[in-house]
Design a protein. Structure first.
Length: 179
């Protein structure tokens, strides 16, 4: 495992547990995409299968150019927020629309990551629980590297990051009280 310091994170640190495993069991991943992410989602599923992850595809089940990304963002977001799935991976054309929608589900911290460093940092600093990818922007090989980095990087548990995530949760609680 490569270890280097990019100024934000010692990349490669802490990746010692068995690949695809969480607390001794297979990690469960919820995946979803609209039409623009459909092809890349199929590749993500192949990567997950080959690397020992358990996953469920929350749709789209078939390529439909008229479908809408919020539907799949919501299904994946709710599956992760409920605790039924450990993490989620969502794909639309850019990763942006589907991440915006997923972030409306309380408890979801969805991050658009188009580099492996973004993926690692979103885990180590933000404890992101949904990864959003752009199917129209990413080569399949890079997307697999991003998925791998994101799945295998633990949250740092550093006090300042824990504190910031608590503040995000406070925003959610305040919004809940107003609703
Ligand atoms: C669908 O054409 C496209 O707009 C959508 O996949 C996504 O890129 C939106 O953010």
């Amino acid at each position: 495992m490569e270890t280097r310091d990019n100024g934000l994170l010692t990349v490669g640190a802490g990746l010692s547990r068995p690949y695809g495993k969480l607390e001794g069991r297979r990690m469960k991943i919820a995946v979803g995409s609209d039409h623009a992410g459909f092809e890349l989602k199929e590749n993500v599923k192949k990567f997950l299968k080959e690397n020992g992850y358990e996953y469920h595809d929350f749709g789209a089940e078939t390529f439909d150019p008229q479908d809408d990304y919020p539907e799949y963002a919501r299904k994946v977001g709710e599956a992760v927020a409920s605790g039924e799935y450990d993490r989620g991976i969502v794909v639309c054309g850019t990763g942006m629309g589907i991440s915006i929608a997923a972030n409306k589900v309380p408890g979801i911290r969805a991050a658009v990551c188009h580099t492996t460093d973004m993926a690692r940092i979103s885990r180590a600093h933000n404890d992101s629980n949904v990864l959003a990818l752009g199917g129209r922007l990413l080569a399949k090989e890079l997307a697999s590297d991003i998925v791998s980095a994101w799945l295998e990087t633990p949250f740092s548990e550093e006090a300042r990051h824990v504190r910031r995530i608590q503040k995000i949760k406070e925003i959610e609680r305040a919004k809940g009280r107003r609703a």
